[in-house]
Design a protein around this ligand. Structure first.
Ligand SMILES: [Zn+2]
Length: 484
């Protein structure tokens, strides 16, 4: 119900209803909190711990319910209230600080959040570091020692590749993709593509909102939204394919006897992102997809695509790397992980106390220069660009890049299992890939306890940065004609 209220708020609700909606959401949050932390539930879980069930799904349900209960009941009422207050204050302070590009207007709130996250983490699991506990809320089972291992390899592989692309690469011509693209036609085309990918309109809806998202009420009612801009057709298209990837995961999660139970939920933020990014980057930004897409663009926008353009030109134009990547959300797939790694390194250092809040802007700028070769001119373009820290979401950023890596590794396995994959994609036959993902990822819910274990079951090995780096090197060496 909360998911539907949230969807309605962003898609349909008249602005005057905002206050009433916030009251409705608060009442519902109260009901949920009472149920989730009810002593009766705790007693039942204790009974189950003493005599565990036999079946694999039942075991996973008890495991996840126990974990959720522990995380929820660890918070005192005082801590929960401080968290709610800081969330709203934090957002206001961030908006103000960003608009005046003044980090000092945000730093006190960030300091308070760090203290709160340390306190909350200690309450949930004092045997783990604060960052690990916080991270586990988004990416279960993931730890800083595993992340350090993964991100160091990725960082060391991507920095020289990005530098090489910028220094000696020949950028593809993407100028013909700029211009004015009818927004209504973009929306129609993208809905058609979402349906061809397998989005089931009998169990979902497609709408437009300011910030695209996928939500709703579970596998039988998935609400997906997109956004289109006249001057940027690529953003609308890749955004729509991205959200469809999320939506396919949602529609494919297990139903039947386990529907609605904890183990039927998505495994982690990173796994969710792997599904959107697999469709967005491995499919929609691929050569075979350009063959599928170009005739559709010609039919949808008559006369707007120059006659001499080929699918190869489209593929290259869609994969341009930005030469000045300051903003994470606007960056290309080659720069993106470096933005994430930078944030990961800074937030772990902040939480561990090895850098202070006051030192953060300078540390940010230094890493931007070292990793991406650019320096922000002000804090609005730098340390204040993301909303996440204002909501206390510390440990959230890694999921984005873990998702990108899982996507490549899953796609790599799918290609081995489906020898006609490229031909299928260029012909718009997406069912084989979708069904492969359904069997290997979607219908597993969170049966397996960590993303690494899901990767072992789907691809034969845990997350391997080398697979991702090889993909990126091969792709961009080719597009940018790098000498290897
Ligand atoms: Zn996403």
């Amino acid at each position: 119900v909360s998911g539907l209220l949230g969807w309605d708020e962003q898609v349909q609700m008249p602005p005057g209803a905002a206050e009433l909606r916030s009251q409705q959401q608060q009442v519902l949050a109260g009901v949920l909190f009472e149920k989730e932390t009810a002593p009766e539930l705790g007693a039942l879980l204790q009974k189950l711990a003493a005599s565990p069930p036999e079946g694999v799904w039942e075991k996973a349900v008890v495991r996840d319910a126990t974990r959720d209960y522990k995380r929820k009941t660890a918070l005192t009422k005082e801590l929960a209230q401080r968290e709610a207050r800081l969330s709203s204050e934090g957002y206001q302070a961030w908006v103000k600080a960003r608009s005046s590009s003044d980090f000092s207007a945000f730093s006190p709130v960030l300091g308070e959040w760090l203290a709160l996250v340390r306190e909350r983490s200690a309450a949930i699991d004092p045997s783990q570091s604060a960052y690990n506990v916080s991270l586990d809320g988004f990416e279960r089972g993931m730890t800083t020692s595993r992340l350090d291992e993964i991100f160091t390899e990725v960082r060391n592989g991507l920095i020289p590749l990005l530098a090489q692309v910028k220094a000696s690469g020949t950028a593809p011509d993407a100028s013909w993709l700029s211009g004015d693209w009818d927004v209504k036609k973009q929306a129609e085309l993208c809905s058609a593509i979402a349906v061809e990918m397998g989005f089931d309109l009998n169990r979902g809806r497609l709408d437009v909102s300011v910030h695209p998202f996928t939500g709703g009420a579970g596998p039988s009612d998935v609400r997906m939204t997109t956004r289109f801009k006249a001057h940027d057709m690529t953003e609308g298209l890749t955004g729509a394919v991205h959200e469809t990837g999320h939506a396919l995961y949602e529609q494919g999660r297990p139903g039947g006897e386990v529907e609605g139970l904890p183990a039927s939920s998505a495994l982690s933020m990173g796994v969710h992102e792997s599904q959107s990014l697999l469709w967005e980057r491995c499919v929609a930004l691929s050569r075979p997809f350009a063959e599928y897409l170009l005739p559709k663009l010609r039919a949808t926008f008559p006369g707007q695509i120059p006659d001499d353009k080929t699918p190869e030109d489209l593929y290259r134009a869609l994969n341009v790397v930005s030469t000045r990547s300051l903003i994470r959300v606007e960056s290309d797939e080659l720069s993106y992980p470096l933005h994430v790694i930078l944030r990961y390194e800074l937030e772990t250092a902040l939480l561990a106390g090895t850098i202070s809040v006051e030192e953060l802007p300078a540390a940010w700028n230094a890493k931007m220069k070292e990793y991406l070769g650019v320096e922000p001119e002000n804090d609005a373009q730098g340390v204040l660009q993301d909303v996440h820290w204002s909501a206390g979401a510390i440990g959230y950023f890694p999921s984005y890049s873990l998702g990108a890596m899982m996507a490549v590794q899953l796609f790599d396995s799918a290609r081995t299992d489906l020898p006609t994959l490229d031909a299928d994609i260029s012909a718009g036959r997406f069912a084989p890939l979708r069904e492969w993902l359904r069997a290997k990822v979607h219908c597993k819910g969170s049966l397996l306890p960590t993303a690494d274990e899901l990767m072992v079951s789907a691809t034969g090995s845990p997350l391997k940065p080398a697979i991702y780096l090889n993909f990126m090197r091969a792709k961009y060496s080719d597009i940018y004609a790098l000498s290897t």
